[in-house]
Structure formats: structure tokens, C-alpha cells
Design a protein around this ligand. Structure first.
Ligand SMILES: C[S@@+](CC[C@H](N)C(=O)[O-])C[C@H]1O[C@@H](n2cnc3c(N)ncnc32)[C@H](O)[C@@H]1O
Length: 232
């Protein structure tokens, strides 16, 4: 059903509204752009993927080797996935997404925002809760996908603003230690956030030692920069 706000020149249209085990997920379109709303809270839109792409590029460039295995946590509209799939140093991408409709939308109206990366032979999608994968016992040492060279995580609005309560444990000491265990030697963890977090930065440094923070200005007037935490 079209939703029109006063003063809007372009109508916002609900493309699909789906009930999931975690509540309502809505895909809306406004002109050429789309946005995903989770239980009434903004999750992601297609207007500007600068920091979501940087999340991947900064991690991959920091590893600095060819033929990398990259894991993307959270598909969203597909900007991070598209960046990983197209990067010349990346040999394999696994994208982990908890919501089936988000995967289905990538095969439909959102596919162009990843340049249809889910169709590429070196890309695998796992319909799974990322935390289940992180906290599961890693597969046999000879399983090439037991560990990754870059773990690029963007499943929340940031470590201090998670979309579900269950996601919080990923950013605690136990979660970060489990993530470290899923990195190949010399690998890099990258975490996206809508705001800086001194507390999280210190926790990261406690687990990883080497931490770098990149800030990306946002287009919203007076908005605080997006942040990418890089740890190894
Ligand atoms: C902010 S969006 C990701 C944006 C993405 N970087 C992009 O470029 O479009 C967050 C995504 O993470 C997913 N997500 C949230 N919690 C998750 C979890 N625990 N496991 C897997 N996916 C999760 C959401 O369904 C959503 O698709």
C-alpha cells in the first residue's frame, strides 16, 4: 500500500511486508531507492553504501594477500557483498544472513546493489544466525571455510545498538574471542558501526592487540560519521 507523507515529492511504497520469527520485516521503495525496516526500526537503505563498502575494502587491503576467503556478516541490501565479490584479491565469499526475505530480495529488486553477486560461482550464501556460526565448534582443520582471512560484520547499527538482544553477545569479550578463533593467521576482523564507541574499541584492543578505526562522513546534515573498526 503506498504511504505518502506531507511534503514528499516521491511516494514511499511498501514492496513487501513479511513476518519472521523475530518480528516484522518490510521492504519499501522510494523512487529508485529501497529501504529495509525491521520492527519499525531502520535497518539499511540503498542511498549510500560508502561505509559498507569500506568495511570490506579496508579489511581485505589490510590482509594484503591474494585469493582471500572473506565472510560477510549480514547481507542487507548487498553493498558489502558486492564489494567483496568484485575485489581482485578475493577468491571466495561467504555471506551469512538470518532473514530469508533479505536473501530472496537479493534475488529480486535488491540484486543490482551487489551487482548480482549471489549468482557468482565464488559466492556462497548461508541462511543462518551469524552467532550460531561464530559460537559453533569450528569444522576440521582441513576445512577451508572453518576460518576466513577477513570477517566483515555489519549485522547491527553498531556494538552499542543491536537490532536484537541476542546479537549483543557478539561484541562482548567472549564473542570477540570466538571471532578471533575464526580468523586465519594474519586475518582481520572488521566491524561496522553507526557511531564511535570508545568502550568497544578498548575491548577489541584487549582481545586482538592491534586496532585501527576508520571514520566515514555521512550525507545527513550534522550526522556523526559511520565507523569501521579493524582488528588483528
Ligand atoms: C545493516 S544490514 C547490513 C548491510 C550490509 N552491509 C549492506 O551492505 O547492505 C544488517 C543485516 O544483518 C542481518 N542480521 C542481523 N542479525 C543477524 C544475525 N544474528 N545473523 C545473521 N544476519 C543478521 C539483517 O537481517 C540485515 O540483513
Amino acid at each position: 500500500m503506498p504511504v505518502k507523507r506531507e511534503g514528499d515529492k516521491v511516494a514511499t511504497v511498501v514492496v513487501e511486508r513479511v513476518e519472521t520469527p523475530r518480528g516484522e520485516l518490510v521492504l519499501r521503495r522510494r523512487g529508485d531507492d529501497f529501504e529495509i525496516i525491521s520492527n519499525g526500526t531502520f535497518l539499511m537503505d540503498t542511498r549510500d553504501g560508502t561505509s559498507e563498502r569500506l568495511l570490506v575494502r579496508a579489511a581485505v587491503d589490510a590482509v594484503g594477500r591474494p585469493d582471500l576467503r572473506v565472510l560477510i556478516g549480514g547481507l542487507g541490501v548487498g553493498f558489502s557483498l558486492g564489494e567483496a565479490a568484485a575485489h581482485p584479491s578475493v577468491g571466495h565469499v561467504t555471506v551469512v544472513e538470518r532473514e530469508a526475505p533479505v536473501i530472496a530480495w537479493q534475488h529480486g529488486p535488491l540484486g543490482r546493489f551487489s551487482r548480482h553477486a549471489l549468482d557468482a560461482p565464488h559466492v556462497q550464501v548461508r541462511h543462518e544466525d551469524l552467532l550460531d556460526w561464530v559460537f559453533a565448534t569450528a569444522g576440521p582443520a582441513d576445512d577451508p571455510l572453518a576460518t576466513y582471512d577477513a570477517l566483515c560484520l555489519d549485522i547491527d547499527n553498531g556494538p552499542d545498538w543491536t537490532v536484537t538482544e541476542s546479537n549483543r553477545s557478539l561484541y562482548g569479550r567472549e564473542g570477540l574471542t570466538a571471532l578471533r578463533g575464526r580468523l586465519a593467521p594474519g586475518g582481520v576482523l572488521a566491524v561496522w558501526s553507526a557511531a564511535a564507541s570508545r568502550e568497544f574499541e578498548e575491548r577489541l584492543a584487549g582481545v586482538f592487540g592491534d586496532v585501527r578505526v576508520e571514520e566515514v562522513p555521512v550525507r545527513v546534515p550534522r550526522g556523526v560519521p559511520d565507523v569501521v573498526f579493524l582488528a588483528r
